[in-house]
Design a protein around this ligand. Structure first.
Ligand SMILES: Cc1cc2nc3c(=O)[nH]c(=O)nc-3n(C[C@H](O)[C@H](O)[C@H](O)COP(=O)(O)O)c2cc1C
Length: 166
């Protein structure tokens, strides 16, 4: 299965990137780090239609499964990923045909945070967005990271991600 990972984090070599790197190594997935893309906030006038959002979606249409990777920041996805999710509205307005190309794919979430449990309010926007866009939601693998012992569990969680999410 062709898998792409869309990573949104404020720390390019941080915990979430480390989890993603393990996952990519195991799965052979393609990593797309939102830091490398110029994607601006949703614009009702679509004056940002020529930024990197539409080319990124066109890239994603080549994959069967999309993993969204984000740390938990204030119970939510990262701002980088939220801007990307807001821009999905372009696929309901100016790029409907392109949006339809996403139908039938599957998606999942990889995440890290400080608290032992990932809050349900973190997962719900991914799950509900998948339902809205007719993608199959395969779930979320999460690693709570407080110290080096937790970091040692990165390969375990990446393996679970590969087994359970794709
Ligand atoms: C702005 C900010 C907000 C955070 N909010 C939460 C939170 O709500 N719940 C949680 O468990 N951890 C929270 N954390 C901790 C991070 O999720 C955690 O350290 C994560 O592994 C960082 O990943 P990163 O290195 O990719 O940024 C927060 C960290 C930051 C910087």
């Amino acid at each position: 299965m062709k898998v792409a990972v869309v990573l949104g984090t404020s720390k390019q070599d941080g915990n979430t990137r480390k989890l993603v790197d393990e996952f990519v190594q195991l799965s052979g997935a393609t990593l797309l780090d939102l830091t490398d893309f110029d994607i601006s906030f949703y614009d009702y006038s679509h004056e940002n239609r020529d930024d990197h959002f539409i080319p990124l979606i066109k890239t994603l249409t080549d994959y069967e499964h999309i993993v969204f990777a984000s740390p938990v920041y204030w119970y939510s996805m990262s701002a980088q990923l939220k801007v990307f999710f807001d821009r999905l509205s372009d696929l309901l307005t100016i790029e409907k045909a392109l949006g339809r190309e996403l139908k039938g794919k599957s998606m999942s979430v990889l995440s890290t945070g400080y608290n032992q449990e990932v809050p349900s309010c973190f997962i719900e926007p991914f799950q509900l967005t998948a339902e809205y866009l007719h993608l199959t939601f395969k779930g979320c693998e999460y690693l709570a990271i407080r110290d080096n012992a937790d970091l040692a569990r990165l390969p375990v969680v990446a393996t679970k991600g590969l087994q359970n999410l794709c």
